[in-house]
Design a protein around this ligand. Structure first.
Ligand SMILES: *[C@@H]1O[C@H](CO)[C@@H](O)[C@H](O)[C@H]1NC(C)=O
Ligand SMILES: *[C@@H]1O[C@H](CO)[C@@H](O)[C@H](O)[C@H]1NC(C)=O
Length: 554
């Protein structure tokens, strides 16, 4: 009797061993997942999604570097781009930008004339994407993509910027303009458009002070518009509150504990946690910064030593008199992760690796499992590891929230050119979607469906708004919230302009028919709390969001 049992368990043991062995080999950081699911939308979109922005016309504008050679998608109608400054191809008949139609899952190639590599941008109040800077012939250019035009291409404004901007961060301001902050070698900021044509750049010595010799570690600074109208700017391991209109630093926050850098190339990510509006006020502003790479990691990576990524997050109440960092430990260390606000206020941490840094060839050990951070749970029970993807998303990968609650994930080109073979991480042209567990079929009974207002409804500050929705299950009136999410510009692990508001009035739910409910909300009170423009509006019930509709704040 003991013979067969012994050999049986030996077989079990050895196949388990093989499974672990190969799983470890292929996916070093894959951990048994809990929630969420993945789907491959396109094995290839022809380009590597380095930068992404959702437009209110439910198209996603995607672009990459223009001088890495021929992409895998041709420009339409036999068009070619001739560029004497292009380092690789002086004549290129392929596209380096596309638009992705969410509803039809289809693609249209776009022409971009100058190099948009490592640029920045934001959606303007009219829904157009205004993107700025880049590399080489593109570093002073501003480009506009018109949301209202179905067949349009990029329009380029030469000398739209005063300074060259490469790895800068943009944010939309209450007056409708964008601020463009920093960039390589630029310890200053400027605005687009300029109020007067003579408007200059404004010096920001903080960016020089946080610039590490030989590794910088302060590019793509994390910038958030504080509801007091000033800007929170985090670079490397320090943060300030900036009155940009008077060019004054109003406060300096304590160094993040440990002092390790969190910005490019020690790339972590950051979000402004949900802003809860009560009687026209937001009382609490909290920033969460997660991951990055330890001091010296960039130099080490250049010498072939790949340090473990940071597994800590720092959370700080930027509105406190005496703000302190609360440090928390993630289940997985991560560099080059993206942090996204989900419609229910949870934070999704996705993409990246667990060793090395950002930059060409410097990342190792992809982290395939996203993690959800539930900001309102007790400390030490906030992180939940999610099911893994199978596709590494290393340097130059992206993620954005879609109106249907999915997260669009693309990109990863850790090489100077397209490299598909004989490399650790091939250039990735695929597009995937991650569906958080609120999209599981067994959540459908709780999921609201918005009946009114209609999408693209315009509203003024402070205006009352009744939101009508249906839910199959009996609604728990204490578990309803109406949230607004700004569509953010994502590149290099940071989502510029990311913002989530919980509107006042979520507790006024009343039943108005069979499975039909109404809630009386109020539009945000000011441009400091919500700059004018397009937001996705969601009704959230028991943590499960509806599909979003577009609301236009005027
Ligand atoms: C955007 O496109 C629409 C539709 O073609 C057009 O009416 C509008 O003038 C354009 N906007 C700008 C700023 O060019
Ligand atoms: C929904 O189904 C998933 C598996 O598909 C399961 O993990 C989860 O616990 C279920 N949720 C509920 C609320 O029943």
């Amino acid at each position: 009797m003991s013979g067969p049992m012994a050999s049986g368990s030996c077989i079990v043991f050895s196949s388990y061993f093989h499974y672990i062995f190969f799983a470890t080999l292929l996916y070093p950081m894959a951990v048994a997942g809990l929630g969420g699911s993945w789907s491959l939308l396109h094995p290839t979109i022809g380009i590597s999604a380095m930068h992404m922005q959702l437009l209110p016309s439910n198209r996603v504008i995607i672009y990459e570097r223009t001088d890495i050679g021929a992409s895998k998608i041709s420009l339409p109608d036999g068009k070619c781009r001739e560029d004497k400054y292009d380092y690789t191809l002086k004549k290129d008949c392929t596209a380096h930008s596309i638009e992705y139609h969410v509803a039809s899952n289809s693609i249209r190639p776009l022409m971009v004339l100058t190099d948009v590599w490592c640029s920045s941008g934001a959606l303007m109040a009219d829904g157009s994407l205004v993107q700025s800077g880049g590399f080489n012939d593109g570093d002073h250019v501003v480009r506009v993509f018109n949301n209202s035009c179905i067949k349009c291409d990029w329009e380029e404004i030469q000398s739209g910027l005063i300074q060259r901007r490469w790895y800068a961060t943009n944010h939309i301001l209450p007056d409708g303009r964008q601020i463009v902050i920093g960039g390589r070698g630029q310890f200053n900021y400027e605005f687009y458009p300029k109020t007067v044509t003579s408007e200059k750049t404004y010096s920001l010595p903080f960016l020089g002070q946080t610039n590490d010799a030989n590794s910088e570690n302060n590019l793509y600074p994390f910038v958030f518009l504080n509801p007091d109208g000033h800007l929170f700017v985090f670079a490397n391991n320090h943060a300030i509150l900036l009155d940009y209109s008077r060019n004054q630093v109003l406060r300096r926050y304590p160094e993040i504990p440990g002092g390790d850098p969190r910005n490019y190339p020690s790339t972590g990510s950051a979000v402004l946690l949900q802003l809860v509006v009560v009687n026209g006020n937001v009382a609490l502003m909290e920033v969460l910064i997660c991951g990055g790479a330890p001091k010296g990691a960039f130099i080490n990576a250049q010498n072939g030593k790949f340090d473990g990524a940071l597994n800590t997050c720092g959370r700080i109440k930027i509105s406190d008199q005496d703000p302190r960092w609360l440090m928390e430990t993630m289940p997985l260390g991560r560099v080059m992760g993206d942090m996204l606000l989900l419609p229910n206020g949870d934070v999704l941490i996705i993409n990246g690796g667990s060793k090395g840094t950002a930059g060409w060839e410097y990342g190792r050990n992809p982290v395939l499992n996203p993690v959800i951070y539930r900001h309102d749970k007790p400390i030490n029970s906030r992180f939940e590891v999610q099911n893994p993807s199978t596709i590494p998303r290393m340097y130059h990968s992206t993620a954005i929230l879609l109106p249907d609650g999915r997260v669009l994930v693309g990109g990863s080109n850790p090489h100077k050119f397209y490299s598909f073979t004989n490399v650790l991480f091939p250039t990735e042209l695929s597009l995937e979607a991650f569906s958080p567990s609120y999209l599981d079929p067994n959540s459908s009974g709780s999921r609201p469906k918005i009946i009114s207002p209609a999408t693209q409804t315009k509203i003024r500050y402070w205006e009352q708004m009744t939101v009508r929705f249906i839910v199959q299950n009996k609604v728990d009136p204490h578990s309803v919230a109406v949230t607004l999410v700004a569509p953010s510009f994502n590149t290099h692990s940071f989502s510029m302009n990311q913002r989530l508001l919980v509107l006042d009035g979520g507790n006024t739910v009343k039943e108005v028919g069979k499975s039909m409910y109404e809630v009386n909300t109020v539009a945000p009170p000011s441009g400091n709390i919500a700059p004018a423009g397009y937001y996705m509006l969601f009704v959230v019930h028991q943590e499960v969001p509806s599909e979003g509709i577009w609301l236009v704040i005027q």
